[in-house]
Design a protein around this ligand. Structure first.
Ligand code: ME8
Length: 522
């Protein structure tokens, strides 16, 4: 965990979370997509000076995990420990910069879940009744008869279990009007807008109280006022967003500092849990609601939805081996309009990779470093006044990129950055440095200095904005420019001014950032 997090920073706080994936199988790229989306936003907020706390973690209880561990003949704890180790490895592989990692089997989390059950009970929001209905184990969700499709789960089309048991219920219906009021008064509570309308539609159909305990699934948090009941896995999981901050515990410094969450990032299948049930629980606890619940679309493989349990998967290791994790981060943020579903195909990946990464960005860096090597013995000229066109475009691209990211418009942000990158590419053609290099006059030498400095400065600046999307490659660009800075320490307001770089640096060894992908046909 970042040690500065409890310091007395005057910077504005920013708390961002992802959903916590079930630990019943290896992560697939749909879940990694969510980490990437949140990570880009977290990194952008650090860049523009916020005090960021970025949380992710693992959902480790429930029937699904219980059954998976049992089928492997190992203890549940042993099983989830292994799965969490693998998840952390993948987070690292994709450069996800989370500040903390919460596990729902952490004893402190379990204690906070119990305390919350006690509080909900004391508030009169829990009562005991008989539950009769269908339960889908892979989705960890209850369904009423009229929700089932051909007697199967409406989400994953699999068989459901019939459950008949005494359960504790949460008075969700009590919060219906308050939830509608909150969503109407805070039009950006649920984004994008289409999802907000979907939630309002759900709420206006009416809310039923729902079961929040189980007696049959014992792999979970024991209900403090009735030892024969265990928490419904979703209640346990949702609480992670505040338990990770120490809510209600003896050390709630992080909670006091960072709650309410600024952004919860989730996928569209778990919208109701985050925009209806979670806010209702918080209302019952008297806790502020998160600012935004940000809902992304679905990553598909061709026409098919990814699903660990159905074995349709894009494997994060294979994808990273094949393209590099930066290129994957770039592809999914550039390709998919935020909130919509998107499909991965090798063809579309190759097209973007070769055109935008290899040609536009990679070649700009490689040509510039080569020219500095050839014409100035590898020394970037000292700062000049710089090209006015590039300077102007930088200011525009910078502003547009930041505005886009504030509206979750990842593709728009990258388009603005690429406008600048492509202007720098055009500037090479227009300013014809190879001809200036042939001239023998002082004027030509000065012009060439100006061109080479302007290009190096443009690359440095563009790279500041590219960094949240592709952290590995940006570190390599700085090394090639001979700039000794940890990109994590860059603050846009200070480092993002044209002329901040004083030049005169010795460039590092040239390295191809994105080697072209040659297709079989080439
Ligand atoms: O739902 N494309 O866990 P999970 C895009 N444990 N996003 C996808 C996706 C896909 N193909 N498949 C899954 C759970 N996701 C709960 C969360 S939070 C308190 C508890 C997203 O492993 C999904 O929408 O099924 C969710 O946001 C996240 O990955 C984890 O999904």
């Amino acid at each position: 965990m970042n040690e500065n997090k409890t310091g007395n920073s005057k910077r504005q706080k920013f708390y961002i979370t992802t959903a916590i994936p079930y630990m019943n199988a290896k992560l697939h790229l749909g879940q990694v997509y969510e980490f990437i989306l949140a990570d880009v936003i977290a990194r952008y907020h650090r860049l523009i000076g916020y005090d960021v706390f970025f949380l992710t973690g693992s959902d480790e209880h429930g029937a699904k995990i219980f059954k998976t561990a049992a089928s492997k003949g190992i203890s549940q704890q042993e099983y989830v420990d292994g799965m969490v180790g693998d998840m952390k490895r993948i987070l690292k592989l994709y450069n996800i910069s989370n500040d903390a990692f919460i596990r729902t089997t952490d004893p402190l989390h379990e204690k906070i879940v119990q305390d919350i059950y006690t509080k909900l009970n004391e508030n009169g929001d829990i009562y005991k009744s008989t539950y009769e209905g269908s339960y889908c184990v892979p989705c960890e969700t209850f369904f009423s008869d009229n929700q089932l499709i051909d007697k199967k789960c409406p989400q994953c089309s699999r068989d459901v279990d019939w459950i008949e048991e005494d359960n504790y219920f949460f008075r969700l219906s009590k919060y219906e009007d308050k939830l509608i009021e909150h969503i109407e008064k805070n039009p950006d509570f649920v984004v994008p807008q289409t999802r907000k309308n979907e939630v309002l539609g759900l709420l206006k159909q009416g809310l039923k109280d729902f079961s929040i305990s189980r007696t049959t699934v014992k792999w979970g948090v024991q209900i403090p006022f009735d030892a024969s009941h265990y928490s419904y896995v979703w209640i346990d999981a949702l609480i992670n967003y505040i338990s990770a901050l120490g809510y209600g515990s003896s050390d709630d410094t992080l909670y006091l500092k960072y709650w309410p969450a600024d952004q919860h990032h989730i996928g569209k299948d778990i919208l109701k849990f985050h925009t209806v049930i979670w806010p209702a629980l918080l209302m019952s606890l008297g806790v502020k609601l998160p600012e935004h619940v940000v809902i992304h679309g679905w990553i598909m493989k061709g026409e098919e939805k990814l699903s660990k349990s159905k074995g349709i998967t894009l494997d994060p290791d294979e994808m990273s081996d094949q393209y590099g994790s930066d290129a994957i981060r770039y592809f999914f943020t550039r390709e998919i309009s935020f909130g919509l579903d998107g499909s991965f195909t090798a063809e579309s990946m190759q097209k973007r990779y070769n055109a935008e990464l290899s040609n536009d960005y990679g070649n700009l860096v490689s040509r510039t470093i080569a020219m500095i090597g050839k014409y100035r013995e590898g020394i970037i000229p000292p700062a000049t006044s710089g090209d006015p066109g590039l300077k102007k475009q930088w200011l525009m691209s910078r502003e547009n990129a930041i505005n886009a990211i504030k509206n979750w418009d990842y593709a728009g942000c990258l388009i603005s950055i690429w406008e600048f990158i492509n202007m720098a590419n055009k500037y090479i053609e227009d300013s014809r440095p190879w001809e200036l290099a042939k001239g023998s006059g002082k004027d030509d030498a000065e012009k060439l200095d100006n061109v080479l400095y302007s290009l190096a400065e443009s690359i440095r600046l563009a790279t500041i904005l590219v960094f949240p999307f592709m952290p590995d490659s940006c570190a390599k660009v700085y090394t090639q420019l001979g700039i000794e800075i940890n990109p994590e320490d860059i603050i846009l307001e200070e480092h993002g001014c044209w002329g901040f770089f004083k030049g005169s640096a010795k460039t590092g060894a040239r390295e191809i950032l994105f080697p072209r992908i040659e297709s079989d046909k080439d």
